[in-house]
Design a protein. Structure first.
Length: 589
């Protein structure tokens, strides 16, 4: 080196050139790494933000360019939304990599241009007003976080996205856009005659985003279930004509898939009324080896109910199904956080049916009983508490089947003769006779239906039925909770053989229940307790044991806090000692 650099000035110039070259290499390496080397690790337990194998495969199999137009607000003032936007952009980057050049992302800021804002709103992407605090002032900002997907002339819209649900929403739209055929889902509600409105508009709208929903209103008049229907949803059937029941049965005999949501009682708390319902499917249920009786499930792991004049109390007829109530061995429920059922019935068994297998999908908690429907009209905490104590003293609680899966070759109850299509006049006369008989307190007359000599299929092909002893859980409004929407979508996708969608939806955050130390200490001492109560608290028979359990629970709480705090202090002490030792070794060296 000294042979080429003879003066101090040349040494200085060489040093500066080396430094500049090193800086250039670092900058270039960072730019290359940013664009081509995205090393990330998802440390969440459920792997919520890492691309799933299904996503990688689905995007890697794109045959044409998927254009994604992103309508995001540019400058965000709300801190959490700014973080969420960064995560969404990271997820889009990962999907671009998975698409291997067949995904084009275009960004547009509706806040910077009125034309972009009008375009976003044309697709139904509306701003969400959010409040942000800056110093001592509070600002409200309209935030756009929507996307439009285009693929081979088809379009899909995500009006508002968040990191936790983005993967499923985005990839389900990709799945729909790339699917060659549009799958039809048949829907039957009420009397299946289309004469009265029902409460399932939200459920239809949810299905309409991915399937072609077909209203089947002519089954009683002799129309069969169309052959292109992949899944038949029957929601709260009421007095179905035997010919409609026959159409459902024959659809199943041809290898159809049925989601049946049925109940025997309608509860109206505003009128304090418990009205019995005849579904018209009793013969079908008996042929399938299942029973749905009038009693309702009373579950101590219940949801809370706000009642005017009474306050907030637990209502044991609103069943809060946790993770332990979802069957883990079946994909459709294996990773769901739970569900909410309202005035549900237990699905019993009348005996094994040859060729038909039964699997429980959703169960109530171990603290469950069945009671008469009129008990559901009692909403006061005193009444509920007394009834809960009585049930606990009568028999131990046990889990009850709320949803079951039946698969196999089903025997037909119509094998002898097929019911004839509905005679409108005869049907109206029968309904009037039933009404008069009920008003007079007499037994309603039986429904007389003529038969035909047409061919009846029985055990002809393997079909599937998911039977749920409740229909309120998919009805409009507050009953159709987020957990229920997930379960409903999963069931339809599963029956429609859309396994990819189920695999995507499985990546959801799970609930984590906090240990109840007091309940555990009571159980150790043999004290009766109703789990998850609050309003329903059973008095201990021995005040001394109750006091002892309370002291032990308080002690356990303090010990848990002390262990957590002590562990943190001990770790900090170890780090401090390691630092001091490193300083001493450095001084000696």
């Amino acid at each position: 080196m000294t042979a080429f650099v003879r003066t101090r000035g040349e040494w200085r110039l060489n040093a500066w050139l080396t430094a500049l070259l090193l800086v250039g290499i670092v900058v270039a390496a960072n730019r290359l790494a940013k664009n081509h080397l995205r090393l990330k690790a998802d440390l969440s337990e459920e792997q919520l933000f890492a691309p799933s194998p299904v996503a990688t495969r689905m995007l890697g199999e794109l045959e044409d360019v998927l254009q994604v137009k992103v309508f995001f607000t540019g400058e965000l003032k709300h801190g959490p939304v700014k973080i969420a936007k960064g995560r969404l952009l990271d997820q889009l980057d990962e999907y671009e990599d998975a698409a291997r050049g067949r995904m084009e992302v275009v960004f547009a800021d509706p806040g910077s241009s009125s034309e972009v804002r009008i375009e976003a709103q044309k697709y139904g992407i509306e701003p969400i007003p959010l409040r942000a605090v800056q110093g001592t002032s509070e600002l409200t900002q309209e935030v756009f976080l929507g996307m439009v997907l285009r693929y081979r002339g088809r379009e899909g819209v995500l009006p508002f996205v968040l990191p936790q649900s983005f993967a499923y929403g985005f990839l389900s739209e990709v799945h729909r856009l790339t699917r060659d055929e549009e799958i039809a889902v048949g829907f039957v509600a009420g009397t299946a005659e289309g004469a009265a409105t029902d409460d399932f508009g939200d459920a239809r709208a949810l299905l309409g985003g991915r399937y072609k929903v077909r209203e089947l209103v002519g089954l009683a008049d002799g129309d069969p279930v169309p052959g292109d229907v992949r899944v038949l949803v029957v929601a709260r059937p009421v007095d179905l004509h035997p010919r409609a029941a026959f159409a459902i049965d024959q659809y199943l005999q041809r290898g159809g898939h049925v989601l049946l949501l049925t109940e025997r009682v309608r509860i109206d708390l505003t009128r304090l009324d418990a009205r019995l319902i005849a579904s018209g499917l009793d013969e079908l249920l008996a042929a399938w080896g299942v029973a749905l009786d009038e009693p309702l499930v009373w579950d101590q792991e219940s949801n809370w109910l706000n009642i005017p004049g009474v306050g907030r109390t637990q209502y044991p007829f609103w069943v809060n199904v946790g993770e332990d109530g979802m069957e883990r061995s079946v994909p459709v429920t294996g990773r769901l956080p739970g569900a909410d059922f309202f005035w549900a019935h237990e699905i019993g068994a009348t005996g094994a049916v040859s060729g038909v297998a039964r699997t429980s999908l959703v169960r109530s908690s171990a603290s469950s009983w069945v009671v008469e429907p009129n008990d559901a009209l009692a909403t006061g905490s005193g009444e509920l508490n007394s009834r809960g104590v009585e049930l606990l003293a009568t028999e131990p609680g046990r889990r009850r089947d709320l949803a079951v899966w039946l698969v196999g070759r089903f025997p037909s109850p119509f094998a002898g003769a097929a019911p004839a299509p509905r005679d409108a006049i005869a049907d109206a006369l029968w309904r009037d006779a039933v009404r008069v008989a009920l008003e007079e307190g007499r037994e309603p007359p039986p429904r007389e239906v003529a038969t035909t000599d047409e061919e009846v299929l029985s055990a002809a092909a393997e079909g599937q039925v998911v039977l749920v002893g409740d229909a309120d859980w998919i009805s409009d409004g507050k009953f159709f909770t987020q957990r229920n929407q997930l379960l409903f979508e999963n069931l339809v996708d599963w029956l429609a053989l859309e396994d990819d969608l189920i695999a995507l939806r499985a990546k959801l955050p799970r609930e984590r229940r906090i240990d109840d130390f007091l309940t555990q200490e009571k159980e150790k001492r043999g004290l009766s307790t109703l789990r998850g109560s609050g309003a329903l608290e059973l008095e201990a028979s021995d005040p001394r044991l109750l006091s002892e359990a309370e002291r032990a629970a308080v002690l356990r709480r303090w010990l848990c806090m002390a262990v957590a705090t002590g562990g943190s202090l001990f770790l900090a002490l170890l780090l401090g000692l390691a630092w001091r030792l490193a300083q001493r070794w450095g001084a000696v060296a």
